[in-house]
Write a protein of this length. Structure first.
Length: 289
């Protein structure tokens, strides 16, 4: 029985492209994207409790513990399996909130994976993914644990092998209101569907150079509303191509070497947060399901 699990990583993701291909009658948007795991991560620590309480020991400022995705994930798993144990959860937070890199979703997925081991539940990955969707559209991907071509709301996942890449991810320290962007009347909602085979034909190339095929359909709406996001993209344009990830606000560029990414990061204006990061082939906790 695992009573303590420390140093559990919750890696970020990048959307190498993000297409909105339709809209459901309930208002949800149909997407196509490719999720790329990267080695920039939060770190979570778990300690089993015997009293069934779920306790976030260092809640984020302004985030009530009961609304935190890690607490919600733990309680969801506890109720689903009838678990009598509880857990103390602590997070070393590195990933910026509202950055389009999946920080909160990844924390929730790591919680599901860690407690699946700590509480000896042995739930299969598919069952954890079904639970994860109740927490948010990106959470199933992190439980899935492989780089993926995704469709539907982002929960229909197909593993893809991607070349190792180095990225500079820049966050302009603004929080994008995703719901507001999805309501934007000028948002593209009818991008032509691409097949996974078509994507894989281009996967070895720098996808940022193919905006006529692969792009982020939310980028135009976000840059209209958030001048700092537009400023980051303009800054990158002076020396390379860049693209927004998710619903923003983070923007990323691809580099041939880590040294080149680090050199670019040194040129970054001080008001922005920059992180040099490398792609991952799979989630570090893939074996927990």
């Amino acid at each position: 029985m695992y009573e303590i699990l420390r140093d559990c990583p919750a890696p970020a993701k990048l959307n190498l492209f993000l297409h909105i291909v339709g809209r459901r009658p309930n208002g949800y948007h149909e997407l196509q994207t490719v999720f790329q795991l990267i080695d920039w991560a939060d770190t979570l620590h778990f300690e089993r409790r015997s009293d069934a309480r779920i306790v976030h020991t260092n809640p984020l400022p302004g985030v009530p513990p009961e609304t935190d995705l890690t607490v919600r994930a733990a309680r969801l798993l506890q109720e689903h399996c009838g678990v009598h144990f509880g857990v103390d959860i602590a997070i070393e937070k590195r990933l910026p909130a509202g950055g389009g890199i999946g920080g909160g979703s990844s924390d929730a997925a790591t919680t599901l994976l860690a407690l699946n081991r700590m509480w000896q539940l042995d739930l299969p990955r598919a069952e954890l993914q079904t639970l994860a969707l109740k927490l948010g559209a990106d959470v199933p991907f992190f439980v899935f644990g492989r780089n993926a071509f995704a469709e539907g709301l982002g929960e229909e996942l197909y593993a893809v092998d991607l070349p190792q890449r180095h990225f500079l991810v820049v966050n302009p320290r603004v929080h994008v209101a995703t719901d507001k962007i999805f309501r934007d009347p000028l948002l593209t909602r009818d991008t032509k569907i691409v097949t996974m085979a078509f994507f894989l034909e281009h996967a070895s190339k720098n996808l940022l150079e193919t905006d006529e095929i692969f792009r982020n359909d939310m980028q135009a709406a976000v840059t209209r509303e958030y001048a700092e996001v537009a400023a980051v993209i303009d800054w990158f344009r002076t020396f390379t191509m860049a693209r927004m990830t998710g619903s923003g606000a983070s923007v990323f560029a691809v580099f041939d070497t880590k040294a080149e990414a680090e050199a670019a990061c040194k040129r970054l204006p001080e008001r922005w947060l920059g992180q040099v990061t490398t792609s991952l082939a799979e989630h570090p906790m893939f074996g927990f399901a």
